[in-house]
Design a protein around this ligand. Structure first.
Ligand SMILES: Cc1ncc(COP(=O)(O)O)c(C=O)c1O
Length: 394
């Protein structure tokens, strides 16, 4: 029903079930990028002629749209980056470095592990990992124990696991962390495509987003930083567009958001990102959540019936991604056969090797859904999977 809005689906016969890696882009997003390059390509925040002013105001409009979209208090709290990975590196270098302990969950993406390792933090030495329980549930007792033992902590936690679709209750996590005066960053790479976000209600301190996982362009991310923290963050990169005044003696920097957006930004992507958010608003999160939950449960129930399937979490508190293995079959082999049958899923560790190691597996087969998928996609995938298993067992 919604596929007609996405040109990719008219140009490809394959069944696209790799939405956690990146989502497809609606025509209006592609048009907005084309329109910028075709009709008013100019740099922003510098020159004062017509197209330059237009580019600046379109760019700044996205900041306003995103502010409203996640219910931030002020546009100064919204900063554009070149992706979520850059966002975490930015916060790690510009702010979180000074904390004694970083606390992460077991379900983190490498983007929320490696930057901490690069600071010399390893498990048990300035880096703590919250345990998980059965069904990959977040272990709140373990979290509280870690918070109690680490008085100067920065909590950096994913909202929705890209590998398993597991949803963390980020409001509960933030509330508990704040009780122990910890600061909280939420990795929301997998969030905006699936459900409504209100950063004031969550009350997190940093909220990091990825445009390309939200029907927007690649090479773009955004960070929400709670206003009260802005003055205590110094930019990890500076240069053009960040300054009020420069002489050979000194530099006077601008305030947020500009001091955090050094150099020429991904202007067309920022402008087009507003269209992705408007597109989501037009469909409505109520609809998106309803469609996706139904698809997720359907997929889970279909998978459950496959002999020798290994599932790692059930359908509760999960959305988007579903990971599994088949006993005695290497996930890569299934991936190769599914590709031949024009089914696009990701097989492997999904940039989450530590949890794979915990589960004593090398990887999984991951199906990741979006609201534009339908039961027919799932049926095609299930019958291709059964064929692949049959071929590998014969
Ligand atoms: C949970 C999570 N965090 C971070 C990232 C990195 O996001 P980006 O591609 O915007 O750098 C991803 C991408 O897969 C992700 O799923």
């Amino acid at each position: 029903m919604f596929k007609k809005d996405f040109p990719y689906f008219s140009n490809n016969e394959s069944v696209y079930l790799d939405n956690a890696a990146t989502t497809q882009k609606p025509q209006i997003v592609i048009d907005a990028m084309n329109e910028y390059y075709t009709n008013y390509c100019a740099n922003t925040h510098r020159s004062s002629y017509g197209n330059s002013n237009k580019a600046t105001s379109m760019y700044e409009d996205t900041r306003k749209v995103l502010k409203e979209f996640i219910n931030a208090k002020s546009i100064n709290e919204i900063i554009f980056t070149k992706g979520l990975t850059e966002g975490i590196n930015f916060v790690a270098s510009s702010y979180a470095k000074k904390f004694e302990t970083i606390i992460i969950s077991s379900l983190e993406h490498h983007s929320n592990i490696v930057p901490w390792h690069m600071q010399g933090r390893v498990l048990g030495k300035d880096l703590e990992v919250v345990k998980y329980k059965e069904n990959l549930d977040f272990d709140y007792e373990d979290f509280e124990r870690i918070l109690k033992n680490n008085k100067n902590a920065f909590v950096s936690i994913t909202h929705i696991s890209n590998a398993f679709g597991k949803i963390h209750d980020i409001k509960r996590i933030t509330t508990l962390a704040h009780k122990y005066n910890a600061i909280v960053l939420i990795d929301a790479a997998q969030s905006l495509a699936h459900g409504k976000i209100d950063v004031q209600d969550i009350n997190c301190d940093f909220f990091l987003m990825s445009a390309h996982k939200t029907f927007g362009p690649t090479g773009l991310g955004a960070i929400y930083i709670k206003e009260s923290l802005l003055k205590s963050i110094s930019p990890y990169q500076t240069g053009g567009a960040t300054i009020q005044e420069v002489s050979f003696e000194k530099t006077k920097l601008l305030d947020s958001p500009f001091l955090f957006e050094a150099g020429t930004q991904n202007i067309s992507a920022v402008i087009a990102f507003a269209k992705s958010l408007e597109y989501i608003n037009d469909i409505g999160y109520e609809n998106i959540e309803k469609i996706e939950k139904e698809l997720y449960v359907y997929l889970h129930n279909e998978l459950k019936q496959i002999p020798d399937i290994i599932l790692y979490n059930n359908e509760t508190d999960a959305i988007g991604s579903k990971s599994f293995n088949i006993k005695g079959i290497i996930h890569d082999d299934i991936g190769i056969l599914l590709d031949k049958m024009k089914i696009n899923v990701r097989v492997g560790h999904h940039c989450a090797q530590p949890i794979m190691k915990e589960l004593e597996i090398k990887g999984t087969i991951r199906v990741s859904l979006s609201f534009y998928n339908d039961k027919e996609d799932i049926n095609k995938f299930i019958s291709a999977l059964k064929r692949a298993i049959f071929m590998l067992r014969s």
